[in-house]
Design a protein around this ligand. Structure first.
Ligand code: 13P
Length: 251
């Protein structure tokens, strides 16, 4: 079964409004549809204008980097899924390790956010991945399994089949240390096996599993050619139009 190939950029807290809009326009000019999807995960401030600028694009979609688990109301500083959908974004990145660590997002909270995103008809890009200590202890599969069980495995098969997963080993994020293609493949195969156990082979084979952690133009092709690596969730290299266009061109 063929599954969607995706190059997703996570801008994190980078780019002023003008710079972000310029980056989105530049990516639109520098790339054309190649069968894969490009997703731009922009800060909230940029979402509407980036969506508007890309509304005629057939290969670039837009993601928020977070959302509230609440529907609406007195939650100062929060952003709801209704707001995100109302400007035209279609994806929401959930459970990034930076949010888990710095903002103490638990598996239970992420399960609620996942439900909220799906109920609005948006698509979660659900992040998982282990810190270096867990990798060195050799318990990384169990660690990621617990994240999937806590955040996603309450979903029924129909809901789960909409999810995109991003495996991002924390030791490879922003460090310049990329997981080797073999390490990425081994882990992502293990994730797909877990999905098959829980939801059956068809759902597992249909789920896009992205790799994140120091993806660059120079390593994207080899990573993306692994059988269980369906693309990337890219931080630093998604901030430069030429680099991210090259990564998109690596499929
Ligand atoms: P880098 O590509 O900068 O390592 O970041 C990866 C990441 O965290 C994407 O969500």
């Amino acid at each position: 079964m063929s599954r969607l190939k995706i190059a997703a950029g996570n801008w994190k807290m980078n780019k002023t409004f003008e710079e972000g809009l310029e980056l989105a326009k530049s990516l639109s000019e520098k790339t054309s549809a190649n069968g894969a999807l490009m997703i731009l995960g922009t800060p909230f401030i940029h979402l509407k204008s980036v969506c508007d600028a890309l509304k005629d694009s057939d290969h670039i979609k837009v993601a928020a980097q977070n959302c509230s688990q609440e529907i609406s109301g007195a939650y100062t500083g929060e952003t709801s899924v209704d707001m995100i959908a109302s400007v035209g974004a279609e994806y929401v990145i959930l459970g990034h390790s930076e949010r888990r660590e710095y903002f103490k997002e638990s598996d239970a909270l992420l399960a609620s956010k996942t439900d909220r995103v799906l109920a609005k008809g948006l698509i979660p890009i659900f992040c998982c991945g282990e810190p270096l200590s867990i990798r060195e202890a050799g318990t990384h599969v169990a660690h990621v399994k617990a994240q999937l069980e806590g955040g996603l495995f309450h979903l029924d098969e129909d809901s789960f089949s909409k999810i995109v997963i991003a495996y991002e080993p924390i030791w490879a994020i922003g460090t310049g240390v990329t997981a080797s293609p073999e390490q990425a493949q081994e882990m992502q195969k293990a994730i797909r096996d877990l999905l098959a156990e829980k939801y059956g082979k068809d759902v597992a084979e249909g789920t896009s599993i992205l790799y994140g952690g120091s993806v660059k133009p120079g390593n994207a092709k080899e990573l993306f050619s692994q059988p269980d690596v369906d693309g990337g969730l890219v931080g630093g290299a998604s901030l430069k139009a030429d680099d991210f266009a090259a990564i998109y061109g690596s499929f």
